[in-house]
Design a protein around this ligand. Structure first.
Ligand code: 48F
Length: 264
């Protein structure tokens, strides 16, 4: 007698192929595409998913979470300033008070809870997928992203001549962190000018990043550290409240934009 039910190898492969392709086809068109699965992208996805919006998060790494798995240096503790600890309460992440208005939590605990909450909200993910360009429509509106398998970027040219594929959406959120990869594409075409992030200044940066989270170009919203790179705001280092509140703000802006586009 064996513990597990007998299943043939071909059935295992068919289950993966069928399930993946069904989901892939569903995600070829979505309401919002979030590029980057770090803290700002994940929380934006969760908020949008909870509001019933069809969301796809695209992440170039195999793993989700971006810089949220560790705090500063190699130390896996994250800090948040009030009132951002309320989001940890929402996610069910334990934390302790480290000073007046300052809280510290285990990064792996916080990151895995945030990923779980984003999945619970119905968000779909393409990981190992690199956004390498944008789909543009009349009057220069961003209308989708162009993706490829991310290891392609590391292969020699002779074997990496692989065309990418486009995915359509109504709104794109650039949550790619310090690089602001999506906004950078518009800059390369002369449609946007990125100021580049400023030196580290915690007190100034977090408020500024949340305040400037906005639609930076028709159909493109920036969230998280990408906001600092676009607008020349100071960086904040290993404190994450600004990322979480910016992600929430990006979701609100996306919902407003969808309403303007008359998406139910
Ligand atoms: O870097 P990341 O965590 O961005 P964030 O949400 O948070 C920043 C903080 O982690 C920290 C900080 C503030 O506390 O200074 O750095 O703004 O996550 C960005 C994610 O985007 C992915 C990247 O792998 C990472 O997981 N990414 C970047 N470029 C692309 C991409 C791309 N072109 N296509 C797909 N994913």
């Amino acid at each position: 007698m064996t513990l597990f039910h007998p299943v043939r190898e071909a059935e295992v492969t068919k289950a993966i192929v069928t399930s993946f392709l069904r989901q892939f086809e569903e995600c070829v068109e979505s309401d919002v595409i979030i590029v980057g699965g770090g803290p700002s992208g994940l929380i934006a996805g969760r908020e949008l998913g909870k509001a019933g919006v069809k969301v796809l998060i695209i992440e170039r790494n195999n793993y989700l979470g971006g810089g949220f798995w560790v705090g500063g240096y190699f130390m896996n503790k994250i800090t948040l300033r009030a009132p951002a600890q309320e989001i940890l309460d929402e996610l069910g992440v334990p934390y302790s008070r480290a000073g007046e208005g300052l809280y510290v939590a285990d990064a792996p605990y916080a990151c895995s809870k945030l990923i779980g909450a984003t999945c619970d909200a119905g968000v779909k993910f393409f990981n190992l997928t690199l956004v390498e360009d944008l789909v543009m429509r009349e009057q220069g509106r961003v209308a989708g992203v162009v993706v490829n398998w991310s290891p392609i970027a590391y292969l020699p040219k002779e074997i990496s001549a692989l065309d990418p594929i486009p995915l359509e959406t109504k709104v794109v959120i650039d949550a790619t962190g310090h690089d602001a990869c999506v906004a950078r594409k518009l800059e390369q075409r002369g449609a946007l000018k990125l100021a580049g992030e400023g030196a580290l200044w915690i007190e100034k940066s977090e408020d500024a990043v949340v305040e400037r989270t906005s639609e930076v170009y028709s159909g493109l919203i920036v969230a998280g550290m990408a906001v600092a790179t676009v607008y020349g705001l100071p960086r904040m280092g290993p404190t994450f409240g600004g990322m979480l509140l910016s992600g929430k703000r990006a979701a609100e802006v996306a919902i407003e934009t969808l309403h303007q586009l008359k998406v139910p």
